[in-house]
Design a protein around this ligand. Sequence first.
Ligand code: G3H
Ligand code: 13P
Ligand code: ZN
Length: 308
Amino acid sequence: MPLVSSAEMFKKAYGKYAVGAFNVNNMEIIQGIVDAAKEEQAPIILQVSAGARKYAKHIYLIKLVEAAVEDSGLPICLHLDHGEDFEICKACVDGGFTSVMIDGSKLPYEENVALTKKVVEYAHARGVAVEAELGRLAGVEDAVNVSAKDATYTDPEQAADFVHRTGCDSLAVAIGTSHGAYKFKGEASLDFPRLGQIAKLLPGFPLVLHGASTVLPEFVAKCNAYGGQLKDAKGVPEEMLFKAGSMGVCKINIDTDLRLAMTATIREHFAKNPADFDPRQYLKPAREAIKQMVQHKIKNVLNSSHKL
Ligand code: G3H
Ligand code: 13P
Ligand code: ZN
């Protein structure tokens, strides 16, 4: 089976559940995610950031994901996460990805429209889906730190205008989530009325939630118990994500929770086995931790089990 587009996945999911989009950087992460999806018979998107592409190289990631498809028999969508310009989107369209994100969210509105339109024209001519972003999330991505005061929530009317003018296939919206492990200073809250308004103005159109890790306290505690320094880490409560999945959010992005699961497990391994130096000894439990985390997400956050 070849890599698949996200279009069919989103059509099936709309209003009922969300497809998990997990960031991948190496073989163990890919294997852990795909093992979980296979066991749960859940649709998944594997996504690659510019940083991941630089770290592992495009060709290695493509070949690893192709191997995952062949080995698992699952329909998998391979997506570029936060493409910042036309060139990286083009490289991923030409290089075998089935979906790309053009993130013009930091640009003035008309420039975001123009750039997104350009990517849509190129990608659609080659059968590739395009995610765009409107509004700005706080947090860290690719070493760019957007402070809370520079974050702006998505304007519903503008979102409708943006989708109609660009022809994008899905839209990432800013309703209070943010990237990284420190999402809320006080009480966690998402702007559900705003999400509802966006969904109402764009009926049936797939929305995307970035910055959607829950930063599970047990993993923060485990990291810190073995030398980690995650003070005041806080994520999006699972019930809020579950609710978003019933309101038109078809894609939920998760990276930080995978990083935490992997790192906590490796820290624990070395604390308990200080003499180990065979990478397989710590990457094996780390891969298993990724699998458990993804299974947990599929069941408790995405509601995407048995939705192939
Ligand atoms: O949204 C960003 C993702 O967590 C990817 O992070 O750019 O450090 O690979 P990265
Ligand atoms: P988290 O940092 O909350 O995992 O978000 C990841 C993300 O949005 C990737 O695009
Ligand atoms: Zn993101």
